[in-house]
Design a protein around this ligand. Structure first.
Ligand SMILES: [Mg+2]
Length: 99
C-alpha cells in the first residue's frame, strides 16, 4: 500500500505542482484543526461515528498532502530530521522517567 501511496502522490505533485498542492495542505490543515476541535468539544467518549470518521478523513487528507511536500523537498532529508527529533523526544522521555 505504501508504494501505491507514494506513486499516486508523486503523480499528483507532478501534475499540479508545488504551489497548488502546498495551498491544499494549508486548507487541509485547517480542516484537521476543525475536526480535532470538534472531537474535543463533543468529548472523546461521546463523539459519534460521524465526528470520528471525519477526524480520520482529515488526518488522511493532511497525511496525503504532507506526502507530496516530502517528495518535493526530499524524503530522505525529512526522514533524517524526523528521526533526530524523535530521538530527542525519546531522550526527554528517558530523562523524565529517571533513566
Ligand atoms: Mg479535508
Amino acid at each position: 500500500m505504501d508504494n501505491k501511496i507514494k506513486k499516486i502522490s508523486k503523480e499528483a505533485l507532478d501534475f499540479w505542482g508545488y504551489e497548488p498542492q502546498s495551498t491544499m495542505l494549508i486548507e487541509e490543515m485547517g480542516e484537521l484543526i476543525k475536526a480535532l476541535c470538534k472531537y474535543k468539544r463533543f468529548g472523546y467518549e461521546k463523539a459519534d461515528e460521524e465526528i470520528k470518521n471525519n477526524l480520520l478523513e482529515e488526518l488522511a487528507d493532511v497525511h496525503n498532502m504532507l506526502e507530496q511536500m516530502e517528495i518535493f523537498f526530499g524524503e530522505e532529508k525529512i526522514s533524517q530530521i524526523r528521526l533526530e527529533k524523535l530521538i530527542r523526544t525519546q531522550n526527554r522521555i528517558n530523562k523524565l522517567k529517571g533513566e
